[in-house]
Structures are given as C-alpha cells and as structure tokens.
Design a protein around this ligand. Structure first.
Ligand SMILES: *Cc1c(COP(=O)(O)O)cnc(C)c1O
Length: 233
C-alpha cells in the first residue's frame, strides 16, 4: 500500500500547482477518493495516508464496505447513478450525493434522510454535452431543478457536478467545464447557497481545477486499476 501514499503525494503536488497557477489557496480543492471496486484494505490505506472523503458508485457495494469500516469517521460521497430502489441506502449512509438529476429521486432522498442526521449535501449532475446515454440534466434545466432541490428541507444544495464525454479533447473539456462553472455562478447570483463544483477525475483534474473546480473525484490515479465490478450492487 506504499503505492497509495506515493500516488497521493504526487496528486497533492499537482493539485497545489494547479491551484497556484489559478491564483487560489492551496487548500481550495477537496479530493474525493473514488473507491468503487477497490478493497476495504485500500480504503484503510488511503485513510491512513490522510484522506477523509471517499466516493462510491454502487449502493450495495458501498454499504458492505461501510459496515466493515464502521468506526473510521470517513465522509462518504455517492457519485454513481441513483437507482429508484436504492435511495434509502444513499439517504441513510452518505454525507454527499454528486449525481442528483431527477425530481423523483430528490423527493425520495428528502423523505428518507433521517432527522437525526444533518441535511444531505447534494450536487446536481449536469449532462453538459447533451449525451443521450448519460446521466445528468440538460444545462437549460439546471436553474429550475436547483430551485426544486433547494426547497427540500432535508437536502442541502451545494453545487454542480459533471462528467465530460470520455473522448473529448482538452479544449472541449475547458469549454464544457466553463459552462458548468458559469451555471454555478448564475445559481449563486440567484441567491442559492452554492459553493461546490465537482469536476475532474484522474485524467483531467489539473485542467478541471484551472476551470474552477474545487472538488475532484480521483479513482485510478490514487488506487490503481479497479477490480471487475462486484456482483452485489
Ligand atoms: C469512477 C468515477 C470516478 C473516478 O474515475 P477515475 O478515472 O478512476 O479517476 C470519478 N467520477 C465518477 C462519477 C466515477 O464514476
């Protein structure tokens, strides 16, 4: 697990450099370690190296791992597609959701979030390139949906998330991330408490920070390749 420590040191250095180039403070980007299809031991190693935020994509896999890590005090981010029949796991076990894109799911998460927990932090996923197969809502619908989410008492709207097309060039990514950054700015100006842009993964986190991201989701650059998807989801 030496590897994770080394990988993290490199990521931190690159993040600090990207923030410096952007003229921002060195602590201005949250690193979410995306641990889907990674072992509990790998999560423990990453936590031991100083990471506190972990991202998972499959509710059942996440629940199993969370049970094994019960007392570790980690902050959990759900970054995957939210199935209608898995909202309870997400509402009860996570601190953040990055992938909210449907009113029905927002309503369910709001109803299922326990009163004893703080409101669930949510990011709206934007399908910024309008890809037909992809999760997320179109850019043109973000303002209306954001107002709906903000009205849910057990959800705390924190910002926006996006995943650019896998094949996009750096120039295309800059443009798409810029659109999402501007959408976030519009929400802020309309009075919504938006402070988070979740943009950037292993292959493009420095570019994303340059476009205003303050939350990067890093899987393989930290943990190495993922195991084949676990059967239980
Ligand atoms: C898997 C995943 C990541 C991490 O991807 P890497 O390329 O391994 O860093 C980030 N965001 C989302 C939404 C993911 O599903």
């Amino acid at each position: 697990m030496i590897q994770i420590t080394d990988h993290l040191a490199e990521i931190r250095e690159r993040v600090a450099n990207a923030l410096e180039r952007a003229g921002r403070p060195s602590n201005d980007a949250m690193i979410v370690a995306v641990s889907k299809q990674q072992s509990v031991e790998a999560i423990r190693a990453a936590a031991g190296a100083g990471l506190a935020h972990f991202g998972e994509s499959y509710a059942q896999e996440a629940a199993t791992k969370q049970d094994m890590l019960e007392d570790s005090g980690l902050t959990w981010h759900f970054v995957g597609k939210i199935q209608g029949n898995k909202t309870r796991v997400v509402a009860e076990r996570f601190d953040w959701v990055h992938s909210l894109d449907r009113a029905r799911i927002a309503t369910r998460l709001d109803a299922q979030r326990g009163d004893e927990r703080p409101a669930l932090n949510v990011l709206i996923q934007v399908n910024v390139a309008g890809e037909p197969q992809k999760s997320g809502i179109p850019a043109a619908e973000v303002a209306e949906f954001a107002a709906f989410v903000d009205a849910q008492s057990r959800l705390a709207l924190r910002g926006l998330m996006t995943v650019p097309p896998a094949s996009s060039s750096d120039a295309e990514r800059r443009e798409l991330y810029g659109v999402v950054r501007d959408l976030g700015e519009q929400l802020r100006r309309s009075g919504l408490p938006v402070d988070t842009l979740s943009m950037g993964m292993s292959s493009d986190y420095e570019l994303a920070i340059g476009c205003g991201s303050n939350c990067i989701r890093i899987g393989t650059a930290l943990f190495g390749p993922r195991a084949p998807a676990m059967a239980a989801r």
